[in-house]
Design a protein around this ligand. Structure first.
Ligand code: PMP
Length: 379
């Protein structure tokens, strides 16, 4: 299998499996019970909490385990509105957020608005500042929620600048760092992040686990009430997922990410030179493993993906979360692509284990597939 869909999920490796096995076979007790095994499990959870906190320059009591970034995102938006329901509050976000932000905002009658972005998907600073000022003048409590690295087009935002502007207007700054955590170093203090959503499955951990970083003093209500996680997130802990997250964090290697960037650029150049592809998103402010390209040939992205699958090459048309609704990608349309261009767009996300010669082989598979599809569509 040539798996090039690492933004959708990543493969848990043997070390992850080794780390979780004892918690399936022997240490399966409820972490909140009084048995020695339960205490051991509880201690291990706290160890992972510390690992997570250290990896982003936070304190352990600022980390809350969740079922993933979808829950963390929903928690922030709803928990903020719930906390400030007795005074005016407003959420500023972007049109290129993950569906778990947009659907959540659209799903309940919260106050929110989108700031402008440019054709690379970068937040329009003047517009963002203007929106903040207007709300601040009306004494409205603000939450700004801006995706750190976009899951479809890879664009990375200037988080430090945006959080700084938000703080000048006494707002909270939240970022969905799902595609960034574990790939680019994050220091929440340096970047001025108050709330941050992350998922374990994007760094070789398991699906269904993630966390929310919430700076001490930042006030949001829980989304899921109960006694665990200091009363902020109820439900028996996903012990296996949390253990896997701890092991995944131990395996983070930022140097490897620099290598991915070289291989990614090599592949982008190949796609542009061989097929005349248009690259979506920023070439410079971009996730190291992300390639989003639109083909000029008479082919549909879906057809190309199927043809590639026949060669065991796994890519995607955009976000895996949207692959079952047939609507054109909201993100690609927000950066100005037409429906036709969106239909000719695919996303390739590397794992870091690819070499340049491996990419050469993949490009040949692309060439073969495009040749067959173009001639078929000519008829
Ligand atoms: N935000 C972004 C940017 C993502 O890429 C994803 C995963 N596709 C999520 C949120 C949701 O993560 P999870 O499925 O782990 O809840």
């Amino acid at each position: 299998m040539i798996y090039l869909d690492n933004a959708a999920t990543t493969k848990p490796n043997n070390k992850i499996l080794e780390a979780i096995t004892p918690y399936i076979e022997k240490l399966w007790q409820n972490p909140s019970s009084v048995s020695p095994e339960s205490k051991e499990i509880k201690n291990k959870i706290e160890e992972v909490r510390e690992l997570v906190a250290n990896s982003i320059g936070a304190k352990p009591n600022e980390i809350f385990f969740t079922s993933g970034a979808t829950e963390s995102n929903n928690w922030v938006l709803r928990g903020f509105q719930d906390n400030y329901k007795n005074r005016k509050c407003h959420i500023i976000t972007t049109p290129i957020e993950h569906n778990s932000i947009i659907s959540c905002l659209e799903g309940f009658d919260g106050n929110y608005s989108y700031c402008k972005i440019d054709e690379k998907g970068i937040v329009n600073r003047d517009n963002f500042k203007e929106m903040l000022s207007k709300l601040y003048e009306q004494d409205i409590k603000i939450l700004a929620s801006v995706i750190f690295g976009n899951n479809e087009i890879g664009t990375i935002q200037k988080i430090k600048d945006l959080s700084n502007l938000t703080h000048k207007h006494f707002g909270y700054f939240h970022t969905d760092a799902t595609q960034v955590f574990g790939h680019i170093p994050i220091d929440v203090d340096d970047l001025g992040i108050d709330l941050m959503s992350c998922s374990s499955q994007k760094l070789n951990g398991l699906k269904g686990t993630g966390f929310l970083y919430k700076r001490e003093g930042v006030r949001i209500k829980p989304l899921i009430y109960g006694s665990q996680e200091n009363g902020m997130r109820g439900g028996t802990e996903n012990v296996i997922g949390i253990i896997a997250l701890g092991e995944a964090i131990k395996q983070i290697n930022y140097d490897r990410e620099i290598n991915i960037k070289k291989v990614r650029d090599y592949m982008i150049d190949g796609l542009v030179e061989m097929f005349g592809c248009k690259v979506n998103g920023s070439r410079t402010q971009r996730l190291f493993n992300n390639i989003s390209v639109t083909f000029p040939q008479k082919i549909k992205g879906e057809e190309l993906l199927e043809m590639l699958l026949l060669h065991n090459v796994y890519c995607s048309s955009g976000s895996a979360c949207n692959s079952y609704d047939n609507k054109p990608s909201r993100v690609l349309s927000a950066i100005g692509l037409t429906d036709e261009e969106i239909n000719k767009t695919i996303r390739i996300t590397l794992s870091g284990y690819e070499t340049m010669s491996y990419i050469d082989i993949i490009l040949l598979i692309f060439e073969e597939s495009i040749k067959i599809l173009s001639s078929r569509n000519e008829v």
